[in-house]
Design a protein around this ligand. Structure first.
Ligand SMILES: Cc1ncc(COP(=O)(O)O)c(C=O)c1O
Length: 391
């Protein structure tokens, strides 16, 4: 019989390769494959499944909404989108305006168009972003993405983007200081680069540098927000407010939604007709996001995040160099490029982890993961590392 994996391979473009596991269902932080194998989900669909799988509040909100009103387009408004924008602004604690999109890359496209328009009105024409940064796969977001392997073959891009080493505030100041820079795009910690935090104070320095240069600071919090770091938004812990904030991933808890939030003058750069999306702000996705925002427990994220981090730190193993990140957004860093082997060994042991870099394992589990589940991973991790070191 032809397997689901063979059918996938025959039917889909090869851009993803064939994934190693086919999932059938999930509950909480546990997912089950089509063959009945259970796994502890330690990466949450790339930091997306904030409430885990089949959370009753998410199921109820989405089911109720789809049975009531599934779509309006942006020519008509609905209650859920207004509630969601208001809720986001109240969690942000700063006056701003929201644009709703369907994904992370689209949230960044909105931020980019906003920044282009701001640049044109102030005589600024280039952008600064970080080496190894990731902002998405559409052409605008890709042009800001600093990972040569995914960017270079699709260039040249119509935007002038200058890349600086991430975490180097002096390099940022040198690149953004001349008055021609429209915006700086930065992640508060680089997710796809391997959950790489900058030196302390870097983002606050970036805020000062961009303010002094008259450039917008766009904080791409698509991976870092919605409680992932133990704060609603990473910038709140880092003590600065960007001009523009982009969100997606964990916001919908599995339903597709993205957001671009502008503060201060950036809130009203877009005028009527400047931007839009047929599905952006879709009632079902907004209902899901409201359920997420109503059910994330930041104290829990901090407690189990610390337990996971401390537990990894306490493991002494020749393949394990250390751990980085905060909250439930961590990378176990290896001494050798054996992340693929660790991912495979973890899978055999019943844990889904993500080899985000050749030497780094990303852990971004559902924010509802329990302490007992964290401990079960910590207990199994040394033998997973043993197997990966041998294999
Ligand atoms: C920081 C960051 N920005 C943007 C994106 C793109 O989001 P999406 O895949 O929803 O388009 C990602 C996805 O990994 C991300 O981590």
């Amino acid at each position: 019989m032809i397997s689901l994996f063979d059918r996938f391979e025959a039917a889909f473009m090869p851009n993803y390769g064939v994934p190693p596991v086919a999932l059938a269902r999930g509950e909480g932080s546990v997912v089950r494959g089509i063959d009945g194998t259970e796994y502890l989900d330690m990466f949450g669909g790339i930091a997306v499944s904030s409430l885990g799988h089949a959370h009753p509040a998410l199921v109820e909100a989405v089911s109720k909404q789809v049975a009531t009103l599934a779509h309006t387009s942006n020519l008509l408004l609905h209650e859920r989108e207004v509630e969601l924008a208001e809720k986001l602004l109240s969690l942000l604690g700063a006056p701003g305006r929201v644009f709703l999109a369907n994904s992370g890359t689209e949230a960044n496209e909105a931020a980019l168009k906003l920044a282009i328009k701001y640049g044109k009105s102030t005589g600024r024409s280039y952008f600064v972003a970080a080496e190894m940064g990731f902002h998405g796969r559409t052409l605008g977001a890709l042009s800001l993405t600093g990972k040569p392997s995914i960017r270079d073959q699709f260039g040249p891009f119509p935007l002038d983007v200058r890349f600086v080493p991430y975490g180097d505030a002096d390099a940022l100041a040198a690149a953004a200081v001349d008055g021609g820079c429209a915006a700086v795009f930065l992640e508060p910690t680089q997710g796809e680069a391997g959950v790489v935090p900058p030196p302390d104070g870097y983002m606050a320095r970036a805020r000062e540098i961009t303010r002094a240069a008259g450039a917008l600071l766009v904080a791409d919090e698509i991976q870092s927000a919605i409680g992932r770091t133990g704060h609603w938004f990473a910038h709140q812990a880092d003590g600065y407010l960007p001009d523009v904030l982009t969100l997606a991933k964990g916001l919908g808890g599995g339903l597709p939604i993205g957001a671009c939030v502008g503060f201060g003058p950036a809130a009203t750069v877009f005028e009527k007709g400047d931007h839009g999306s047929t599905f952006g702000g879709n009632p079902v996705s907004c209902a899901a996001a409201l359920a997420v925002l109503g059910n994330v427990d930041l104290a829990h994220v901090r407690a189990v995040g610390a337990e996971l981090r401390d537990g990894i730190e306490a493991i002494s193993h020749p393949l394990l160099k250390g751990v980085r990140g905060r909250g439930l957004w961590l990378a176990a860093v290896l001494t050798e490029d054996r992340a693929a082997q660790v991912q495979a060994a973890a899978q055999r042991a019943g844990f889904l982890v993500n080899a985000v870099q050749p030497d780094a394992i990303r852990l971004a589990p559902p924010l509802v993961i329990t302490s007992a589940q964290v401990r079960s991973f910590l207990t199994a991790f040394p033998s997973i590392l043993d197997e990966a070191a041998d294999g």
